[in-house]
Ligand binder design. Structure first.
Ligand SMILES: [Zn+2]
Length: 471
């Protein structure tokens, strides 16, 4: 099926043509591991997961690379401010290395809770200092760098004529709009490739280099690691939309002079998950993590379902009310699927299967329209002339495509419902039914409470009662 994606570079939805047939390589800029990832961070990782699952459903092999930024780059895009890793270390009374270890584990656990398939490679910046130094040396040889004494090695953006193309700006516009943060830079848009350690202080993370002891600038790690794991020319580069104007613009500037143009064929950017009052922020205490929501009793699949209902190029306004609504919608679907499991006799109708498989896959292949795919899926569940076996096979396909674990959840519900209650509980339920018939509601209510306290729920049905084990 033809895959289409919105390319930030050309500002339109384009037919996707892979470099190698039936194979895709993509890089997604991962988190800086100095603090709890919030669900806004996780939305970007969820979107990358949908991108990957869409390719897998179209029978591609996928090489998905996501880095962990564990080098303490500075808090602003412009190489000024505090070092994030050292800030995290001071906050938690740990070393910067321990902080990285802790938050990489938390991030991987949260990805697992959200059923995000682990990337093929998850390289860490600190494991690739050599590759970063080599890339800076190549840029130096080609004349793209200069040194600011006691500061670092900088990239001269005026040497790269296409600078700013990804964000739709040229260098003179950028110069006019920028704030002056470092008077020693030749151009306001120049950025650090290597920063020197301060002479009077030993940093927790620093390395030797041909230019002196220090640490890499932030942007260079993604160029170096993507080239290492995906080659000099690869299909897709993704991240949140906040990375268009500086981080990805700089990645292009430092990569294309070395590997040729174009370095990347498609640039795909995710919109944010926001709150009514604006962007979710860790520092102002307005952020939720996946674990926060689980502690409040939410199933992470409800959050994944909420994300599936929105399009990646639109902001998703999050509230606990919208999550509650998604949780109800998700449960209703699980309920319907569990009902299919009580009558799954019959053969899978291959023709109908293929027809609905394509109907479900088409919107996701067309620029990842997940919500439209869910509409088709709900329509499928309503069809009276399709048997349960065929429907259940298609639910399995939807699980592969959208990762919503419908089968797993429905099976659990179905098993709870089909378990037979012990004889004494059955007897109590029988007594309750008789009491109800005799209009002795006090006894009936009392028996219901007793049954409930023994872990079962009694439900009235047309021909008597049904006992369901409580979750
Ligand atoms: Zn990056």
């Amino acid at each position: 099926m033809q895959i289409r994606l919105y390319n930030t570079m050309t500002r339109r939805v384009e037919d996707f043509e892979p470099i190698t047939p039936n194979h895709v390589g993509f890089y997604n800029c991962g988190p800086t591991v100095y603090w709890d990832p919030h669900i806004g961070n996780m939305r970007a990782l969820f979107n990358a997961d949908i991108l990957k699952r869409m390719f897998l459903a179209n029978n591609y092999t996928v090489n998905h690379v996501m880095n962990f930024t564990d080098v303490g780059h500075l808090t602003s895009d412009a190489d000024t401010g505090e070092d994030k890793m050292e800030k995290g270390a001071a906050r938690e009374n740990m070393t910067a290395w321990e902080v990285a270890e802790k938050y990489i584990k938390i991030c991987l656990d949260d990805m697992d809770s959200l059923n995000i398939i682990k990337p093929t490679h998850t390289p860490r910046a600190t494991d690739h200092i050599k590759e970063q130094i080599e890339l800076i040396q190549k840029l130096e040889k080609k004349g793209f760098t200069y040194e600011i004494p006691d500061d670092g090695i900088y990239y001269d953006t005026s040497k790269f004529p296409d600078y700013g193309a990804l964000g739709g700006q040229n260098l003179s516009e950028l110069k006019a709009g920028a704030r002056i943060e470092n008077n020693n830079k030749r151009n306001i848009t120049d950025f650090a490739l290597w920063k020197f350690s301060p002479k009077d202080k030993k940093r927790q993370m620093e390395w030797d280099s041909p230019w002196g002891i220090g640490f890499p600038g932030w942007h260079i790690e993604c160029s170096a690691m993507s080239m290492k794991y995906l080659g000099d020319h690869f299909d897709i580069h993704t991240a949140g939309q906040e990375h268009i104007k500086v981080h990805h613009t700089n990645e292009i500037a430092q990569s294309e002079p070395v590997v040729g143009k174009p370095w990347v064929n498609y640039w795909v950017h995710w919109a944010w998950l926001i709150l009514k009052e604006g962007k979710m922020s860790k520092s102002s205490g307005t952020s939720y993590s996946v674990r926060d929501l689980m502690a409040k009793g939410y199933d992470p699949m409800s959050l994944r379902y909420l994300m599936t209902l929105s399009h990646y190029r639109q902001p998703l306004e999050f509230s606990l009310e919208s999550l509650d609504a998604a949780a109800t919608g998700y449960k209703n679907l699980v309920r319907k699927i569990a009902d299919l499991m009580s009558d799954d006799s019959g053969e899978i109708d291959q023709k109908l299967y293929q027809q609905w498989h394509d109907k479900i896959l088409t919107p996701v292949s067309d620029n990842l329209k997940t919500a439209e795919s869910l509409v088709v899926f709900q329509d499928l569940l309503k069809q009276k002339d399709i048997n349960s076996a065929t429907k259940l096979a298609l639910v399995g396909f939807v699980d592969d495509l959208l990762g919503l674990q419908f089968i797993e959840h429905a099976k659990k519900l179905h098993e709870l419902e089909s378990e037979t209650a012990p004889a004494e509980i059955q007897e109590m339920a029988q007594k309750r039914l008789s009491a109800k018939k005799e209009r002795d509601f006090a006894t009936a209510d009392n028996l219901r409470t007793q049954i409930d306290s023994l872990g079962w729920t009694v439900m009235d049905t047309a021909d008597g009662f049904k006992l369901v084990k409580k979750q």
